[in-house]
Design a protein around this ligand. Structure first.
Ligand code: GLN
Length: 327
């Protein structure tokens, strides 16, 4: 069954989700990265980007926050684009860990394998793969240029966040060296760690994240710039990674309730990809115990239900073609 929805219906769903969730007070800001502890708790925004390039927003969708783990998605895509999806599967993997994002135990349990580019271990391994290997500034340019192309607008590091993360990332340092020990780092380990830390410190808005999600949903064609950013066959690959591990140890609960491939970050952002239909993003800093924004989850879940976006549902939601202009 097909359900056609139009722009107006999407706009109404965003507004209703905002009103429904704005008083939600659960969760607390990440505090293991000092910068994140001090971001205003009551910020809240929701954005949708449609295949025709319409960007719909409600709330604080222009506020720049730390992209954090949502950055694992673009870098995984870039690695698949530069090498191939098979090579990323072989070198990193695509298995859910069912464990926290920074788990060292997961590396040991996976038999020396980072398991997926969407947890810290796999993301550091992905940074080590990014070309040009051996050239830190060249690799950084590749990562930033790729994210900029996905977002359709420039992004830059929040320096204070980068300093804050670099001063406190001892667990991630252990992960990088452990992977090196197992032959799962494909460049200098401390260079890979620094690239990972820097990419997590990039500032984005909810509107930009919705555009990144829409570019992925649109088979790699950015709906704002019309630029083909990556090969269309990578959309199902990255969407499946997001669906299996996007919320770490809470991923199954999320997928069961919403049916949305999505990725969270400890900065409070979440982006959801509905392949062929739209990209969604929500932002609110307070997190649950797995590091996922409480309010953003609630808002996206509300929208998924309201618009029948669950990708496992027998009703498939599609955007109605706009009515032809009057002669
Ligand atoms: N930079 C953070 C870390 O490595 C990202 C974690 C997250 O967003 N889940 O701990």
């Amino acid at each position: 069954m097909i359900r056609k929805i139009d722009k107006k219906t999407v706009g109404e769903a965003l507004r209703a989700a905002y009103d429904h969730c704005k008083t939600e007070s659960g969760g607390k800001n990440a505090d293991y990265i000092p910068y994140l502890k001090n971001v205003a708790q009551n910020l809240f925004g929701i954005a949708a980007c449609l295949p025709d390039g319409s960007l719909m927003t409600v709330g604080d969708t222009d506020f720049r926050f730390g992209i954090e783990s949502v950055s694992k998605v673009p870098t995984a895509l870039l690695a698949m684009e530069q090498y191939s999806d098979r090579e990323v599967l072989h070198r990193i993997g695509a298995d859910a860990t069912g464990l926290p994002f920074n788990s060292i135990m997961a590396i040991l349990l996976e038999n020396d394998h980072p398991s997926t580019p969407l947890v810290n271990a796999g993301a550091i391994a992905a940074c080590s793969m990014i070309k040009p290997v051996g050239d830190s500034s060249g690799k950084w340019r590749s990562i930033v240029d790729f994210l900029t192309a996905l977002a359709g607008s420039p992004v830059e590091v929040i320096d204070e966040l980068y300093r804050s993360e670099s001063d406190t990332n001892f667990n991630n340092r252990s992960i990088a060296w452990l992977l090196k020990n197992y032959g799962r780092i494909y460049d200098d380990p401390m260079m890979a760690l620094d690239l990972y830390t820097r990419q997590c410190s990039i500032g984005v808005t909810a509107a930009q994240l919705a555009t990144v999600a829409a570019t992925i949903a649109n088979g790699g064609m950015n709906p704002l710039t019309h630029k083909q950013v990556f090969r269309p066959e990578l959309t199902p690959r990255i969407a499946s990674l997001m669906a299996t591990v996007g919320f770490y140890e809470h991923t199954g609960d999320w997928l069961f309730q919403t049916g949305l491939p999505a990725k969270s970050g400890v900065g409070g952002g979440i982006m959801a990809v509905i392949p062929g239909v739209m990209g969604l993003a929500a932002f609110a800093p307070p997190l649950d115990t797995a590091g996922n924004s409480v309010k953003a989850q609630k808002a996206l879940s509300f929208i998924a239900q309201r618009l029948d976006l669950n990708i496992f549902h027998t009703t498939r939601c599609v955007m109605a073609e706009p009515a032809p202009a009057e002669a």
